[in-house]
Design a protein around this ligand. Structure first.
Ligand code: SF4
Length: 584
């Protein structure tokens, strides 16, 4: 690492004492590059074993990587914490301007410790940390308004990130998100609730430093190579054109689109909410994270007429991808695109994770159909698949929690089903609500074994589709080893930190070349070993906090609903998990 690279600087903010300090951790960043590699080490050091996630002593770690600020599509920040949703490792990634702002403010990682006694937001820049009163924006109905107020109130337009929570985070809903730049999120595993528990409404980070390079000529060459690969080859074209929403129709065609709480893998309304339909009828514009030339973020224009004037509309721009479409569309049986967008909009206003929220409501609908809950529990609401209005009211009740049922639902579907029953169709894996892929055992073993219980950990859904195409089903060990290999390499990408959509661009060879230009020597073997070490350290943290892969709950529904893979058994999935654990 170049001696004047600020990546090694770790900023610690103590909300209890209203103080901050900066420490240089050259060895940590040399050994671990940054991102998740440095972050898991910091979390292990800072987070006391067995701590209650809402205890002020539970730290939040934000970490960026060496390529951030230097190279295209190196645009993500990794957040690590003990999750209030699962009780073990919390890890969430977001782009927007978050990563570039942290890096150019002169930090490689930021640790947030302690808790404030009154609502507060932080302003962080090269000069340090400023604690601001957030009483006036605490409790505002809409997260959009919080963003508007902070944009007006703080300087740094264009070079800053504004991370903030909505009322879900304030009210400690364990699947609350942190919203950054309105359209990007630290969505999964409840970072928003951790902000809320610390009375931390928002963090504004401004950065505009220059970063050093070792050799300007080779830096330029490698930069141009990566830029061309990202923009002039097919590697990322699909993300720009339709975005991940392109997956809706192909998944539905093979029977892998979770529909009506996974009662089916096909949805008769898939075309109406597909990437193609959204692009043709609702796409307002595309935007990009900072330092990304791809621009995969698709924004739909939702026009809502004012009640007494049919020609006067309020227009909201809403980011959509495959996952929000699955969660607020097919999983809830909603085939009307404006209705789906209204559900997404309410989720955004409140600051919830869209996947968890959609899966919770889908379970509640089926639980009510089966008589496990009644209108007494739901505060008079009657859920019917496809009824967006009832879902919007339910989302508001998850925040206000007028009954024991909503208090439970604010902890997720796994927690609620343990109280009310219906665990066989409570679609969570490792206590994290499922993503939008019902492809086969690779997907489910991947959700269960992945360190953050995300489809992005190891892309098991993609392995399933390769197997289906090849027509030959592997044994459990082969599948487990493939999941592991993918997850190990993704630890490297998440340490650099590269957007995972650019994984085809950043080969091991090119990643090493890029690192060389900024004074970091590495080898492809070294990177592979690093990925293995980071994944082991993440698992050590999970196990320290009580996670046991072999004891995971597997909802029966996944074996009952026809999948593209064909029938598969629980014993096969459990054997994949055993093999994964043995070969970790
Ligand atoms: S590809 Fe999309 S998500 Fe990834 S950095 Fe670019 S705009 Fe952000």
């Amino acid at each position: 690492m170049l001696p004047n690279d600020p990546l090694k600087r770790v900023l610690t903010v103590d909300l209890t004492r209203r103080s901050f300090s900066v420490e240089e951790r050259t060895d940590l960043f040399k050994e671990r590059l940054g991102g998740v590699g440095a972050g898991i080490r910091l979390l292990t050091e800072e987070c006391p074993a067995g701590i209650d996630p809402f205890d002020p002593g539970n730290p939040i770690i934000f970490a960026v990587g060496p390529l951030v600020g230097h190279f295209p599509v190196a645009s993500k920040t990794v957040a690590l914490f003990k999750s209030p949703h699962t009780g073990e490792l919390g890890e969430s990634h977001a782009g927007g301007r978050s990563a570039v702002s942290i890096r150019l403010a002169g930090y490689g990682a930021i640790i947030i410790k302690g808790a404030s006694t009154m609502p507060v937001y932080l302003v962080i820049n090269e000069d340090g940390v400023f604690f601001r009163d957030a009483s006036a924006i605490w409790g505002l109905r809409s997260s959009y308004t919080v963003g508007s107020v902070l944009r007006e109130r703080e300087t740094g337009r264009g070079t800053r990130t504004i991370m903030r929570i909505g009322r879900a985070g304030e009210n400690l809903v364990t699947y609350s998100s942190v919203i950054t730049e309105t359209y990007r999120h630290f969505g999964r595993l409840g970072l928003g609730a951790l902000f809320g528990s610390k009375k931390l409404k928002a963090i504004v980070i401004e950065g505009k430093q220059s970063l050093p390079v070792a050799n300007k000529r080779t830096y330029r060459q490698v930069y141009d190579h990566l830029f061309k690969a990202a923009t002039q080859t097919p590697l990322m074209k699909k993300y720009h054109e339709l975005g991940t929403a392109m997956n809706v129709v192909p998944l539905n065609t093979i029977g892998g689109l979770p529909t009506r709480n996974l009662q089916s893998g096909t949805f008769e309304g898939a075309e109406a909410i597909s990437g193609e339909t959204m692009a043709a009828n609702y796409l307002g514009r595309r935007i990009a994270c900072a330092h990304c030339p791809v621009a995969c973020i698709h924004l739909a224009a939702l026009r809502t007429p004012y009640p007494n004037d049919p020609y006067f509309y309020k227009t909201n721009m809403l980011g959509y991808d495959h996952e929000p479409i699955f969660a607020a569309g097919s999983m809830l049986g909603i085939a009307d695109a404006p209705d789906m967008l209204r559900v997404m909009d309410e989720i955004e206003i409140l600051g919830l994770d869209v996947m968890s929220a959609g899966v919770c409501l889908a379970w509640a609908t089926e639980a009510q159909q089966q008589g496990l809950i009644t209108t007494r529990e739901t505060d008079s609401l009657q859920f019917t698949f496809g009824d967006a209005d009832a879902y919007i009211q339910a989302l508001q009740r998850i925040i206000s929690q007028p009954t024991d049922f909503y208090q439970a639902l604010a902890h997720g579907v796994d927690y609620t089903a343990q109280i009310y029953g219906g665990e066989d169709f409570a679609m969570a894996f490792g206590r994290n609500e499922m993503p939008g892929y019902h492809t086969g055992p690779g997907a489910y073993a991947g959700y269960l074994s992945g360190a953050r219980h995300s489809h992005l950990d190891n892309a098991g859904y993609s392995l399933d589709q390769k197997v289906i195409k090849a027509g030959e089903k592997p044994d459990a060990k082969t599948l487990a080893l493939q999941l592991l290999e993918e997850e190990r390499w993704r630890q490297v990408l998440a340490s650099l930190v590269i957007c995972l959509f650019a994984r085809g661009v950043y080969s091991p060879e090119l990643s090493c070349e890029a690192l060389e230009t900024i004074g970091i020597s590495c080898s492809e073997t070294g990177l592979e070993e690093l990925g293995t070490a980071i994944l082991r350290e993440k698992y050590a943290f999970k196990q320290r906090e009580g996670f046991d892969l072999t004891q995971s709950r597997i909802p029966r529904r996944i074996f009952e609903t026809a999948a593209p893979w064909g029938p598969f058994e629980e014993t096969y999935v459990r054997e994949i998990l055993n093999q994964y654990a043995q070969n970790l």
